[in-house]
Structure formats: structure tokens, C-alpha cells
Design a binder for this molecule. Structure first.
Ligand code: 5GP
Ligand code: MN
Length: 345
């Protein structure tokens, strides 16, 4: 396996873990498979070596991640605001996993800022923006979960990876690569999977737990989205889907039900950019996905106050759903320079 995390960072992390017993792992708002997988992977390792460790996330994670061992122990700040604030205030060491800016943990940022705890970031987003004692930031790596595996192995602790730890890490690696269909060409990924299999994980079962675990409502919501709420702008190789709060309510929306919808328009021949506008608590949350060199993160940052990865990013819009889509349609001609290389698809 090639070396990604420097010896210095591994050593600094090892010392901080040794010296500080009370550890809190934080991950980002609307936690996804990599947020939960990397957090639980690290959690199981730290528990195994005897640390007192808690995971806190700003809001609920999707049901399809609930099977991972330890998931029930995750503290959801929205549910237990006072308790999570207390846990952060008592921490000696805080890990930031799978995010690079305090704006990604909105309701928790004030407690983190007030805490004197040491800080370690493990992340794969461009431009880390939180001041930390150790910043392990590798945008070239497809998941934070993979970085957690590399960090543990860097500390010479492969033997301490338990099956639940391996399952969590595999889940994050799988979900951040669309089950190894994008950002997944590095041979090390498959070496790591082979090592996780040696820990006894059932990768086929993990796939089914995550992807074949939806409600009937979700499938009907999908049907509605693609039949009634999809626009295809062939001249711009772009597709848009949208869902209002009213529509989500009509299909008894639960967290996770819209996960992955934005990827589906990319299966239309010639489409390289897919955008999903979703009404959420008085604003519009937007997910962007692209293929090849089309910079989804640049569109998110330039026009929707967001960011993310080249092929998967997000942002938001203050206004109504139709205003957001109207604004986006105005931007379409500005996508042309990025579309030149669509033959790369
Ligand atoms: P999703 O579409 O799954 O919500 O987000 C995809 C990726 O975009 C996330 O992994 C994250 O990197 C990024 N992202 C989503 N929303 C935001 C946002 O509001 N701000 C920033 N900076 N990044 C976001
Ligand atoms: Mn990630």
C-alpha cells in the first residue's frame, strides 16, 4: 500500500490519542455513509485501545446506516442538544471527520470554538479551513474511511481492527465511491478491501444493507421525481430534478429517502451534470453530481455558496424552488466552457 499519511502526522496523532483520554468524534450535518463509517471505524479502534470516546453528529443519519455496530451510540445533537454540548465541553481531544469547515457542523460550531481540546482533522475535501493540531487532509483519497484505515495501519495497529471496525470502514469506502463505480480506480482501494475481508466482513451483505433497504414510499417518490419533476437540457448535457416539501410529505419522506436520486440522471446518455433541488426548512438544498472533468464543486461554490468534490458537491439557495431553478437556468450558458471535454465521459 502506498504511503499517503505522513509519518509525522501518524506519530502526532498517536501521541495525542495516548495523552488524551476523553475523545469526541464529530462529523458533518446530514451525515452520509462516509461520515458515519469513518466515525464508527475510528470509534471502534479508539474503544479497543481503551479511550473514552463519543461520536456526535448535528442531525440524524439515514436508517440504512443504522445496522452498523455502534450506530445506536451516536449522539445526535438535534435530539440531545444539552448532552452533546456537555460532552464536547468535557473533551480533551476532538476529531473532525469528513468535513473541512465549521459551517458543516452549524449548531455545534460554538461549542467547538469554546473548547480548549486538542484537534485532529481527517478529511478528503479541498482547502481545510479549521485550525487543528494535526490536519490529515487528502482530497486525492476517495473516502475519509479509507484514511482512517490508513491511519490505524500507519500506527502499526492493523491487528486491532475488529470486524465491526472493518464493516464501518468498508461502508464508508463503498458509499463515497457509489459502490466502487466512481473515484475508485486506485489499486490500493482493492488491497484495502482484501484486508477488510480478512477481518470477516461480508461485503455483499453490507451492499444489501445499504442499497437494498429502502421503503416502498421511497421507490414511489423516485417514480414521481423522474416522471414529473425532471428536466433534461440536452444542449447543456445537464439534467435537473426537484422536490418540494409538499411532495416529500406526500411520500412520508424520511432522512435518506432522497439519497442517490441525483446520480440517476447521469445514466442518461450524454448527460454529464445532474442537479437536484430539494426544499428543506425554508431554503433550497442543492446536490450536484458530474462525470469526468466537469467541476461540480466550482458550480456549487461560484453560484450556490457551497463546495465539495469535483464530481459531488452541494450548496444552497435562499428563495423558492422555482426561483432556484429559474436562477440555475440562467447559469446554463456559463457551463459551456466546462462541457467541451464531455467526450471524456
Ligand atoms: P450531498 O449531495 O450528498 O448532500 O453532498 C455531496 C458532497 O457535497 C458532500 O460530501 C460535501 O462534500 C459537499 N457539500 C454538500 N453540501 C454542501 C454545502 O452546503 N457546502 C459545502 N461546502 N459542501 C457541501
Ligand atoms: Mn466523504
Amino acid at each position: 500500500m502506498s504511503k499517503i499519511i505522513s509519518d509525522e502526522h501518524v506519530e502526532q496523532t498517536r501521541k495525542l490519542i495516548e495523552k488524551n483520554n476523553k475523545i469526541v468524534i464529530l462529523s458533518h450535518v446530514s451525515p452520509d455513509g462516509d461520515a458515519i463509517g469513518s466515525s464508527l471505524g475510528l470509534y471502534h479502534f479508539l474503544e479497543k485501545i481503551g479511550n473514552d470516546v463519543n461520536i456526535i453528529v448535528p442531525n440524524a443519519y439515514p436508517d440504512f446506516l443504522g445496522w452498523i455496530k455502534g450506530a445506536k451510540e451516536i449522539i445526535v445533537h438535534e435530539k440531545y442538544p444539552d448532552f452533546s454540548a456537555k460532552i464536547i465541553s468535557e473533551a480533551d481531544l476532538i476529531f473532525f471527520l469528513d468535513f473541512n469547515a465549521l459551517s458543516r457542523i452549524p449548531a455545534l460550531a460554538e461549542y467547538v470554538e469554546a473548547s480548549p481540546a486538542k484537534r485532529i482533522m481527517i478529511d478528503h475535501h479541498l482547502d481545510p479551513m479549521i485550525r487543528c493540531h494535526v490536519t490529515i487532509s487528502h482530497p486525492e483519497i476517495s473516502s475519509t474511511s479509507e484514511l482512517v484505515f490508513r491511519l490505524i495501519c500507519g500506527m502499526g495497529a492493523f491487528e486491532l481492527i475488529t470486524k465491526p471496525c472493518a464493516e464501518a470502514i468498508y461502508t464508508g469506502m463503498m458509499t463515497d465511491t457509489g459502490a466502487f463505480t466512481y473515484n475508485s480506480n486506485h489499486p490500493d482501494i482493492y488491497f484495502i478491501i482484501s484486508q477488510l475481508l480478512k477481518k470477516g466482513i461480508d461485503k455483499d451483505l453490507i451492499y444489501r444493507n445499504v442499497y437494498n433497504n429502502y421503503s416502498e414510499d421511497r421507490i414511489r417518490l423516485m417514480g414521481h421525481t423522474f416522471k414529473d419533476n425532471m428536466y433534461v437540457y440536452n444542449e447543456y448535457s445537464t439534467a435537473v430534478i426537484h422536490l418540494s416539501q409538499e411532495e416529500l410529505d406526500a411520500y412520508h419522506y424520511k432522512v435518506g429517502d432522497t439519497e442517490g436520486l441525483v446520480n440517476i440522471p447521469l445514466t442518461i446518455r450524454g448527460i454529464v451534470f445532474s442537479v437536484f433541488f430539494k426544499e428543506e426548512k425554508g431554503k433550497i438544498k442543492i446536490s450536484f453530481r458530474s462525470v469526468g472533468n466537469f467541476p461540480a464543486n466550482k458550480i456549487a461554490a461560484d453560484y450556490f455558496n457551497g463546495g465539495g468534490h469535483l464530481n459531488a458537491s452541494g450548496g444552497e439557495f435562499m428563495g423558492t424552488l422555482s426561483e432556484a431553478i429559474y436562477y440555475f437556468e440562467g447559469i446554463l450558458p456559463e457551463l459551456v466552457p466546462y462541457l467541451k471535454r464531455k467526450e471524456d465521459k
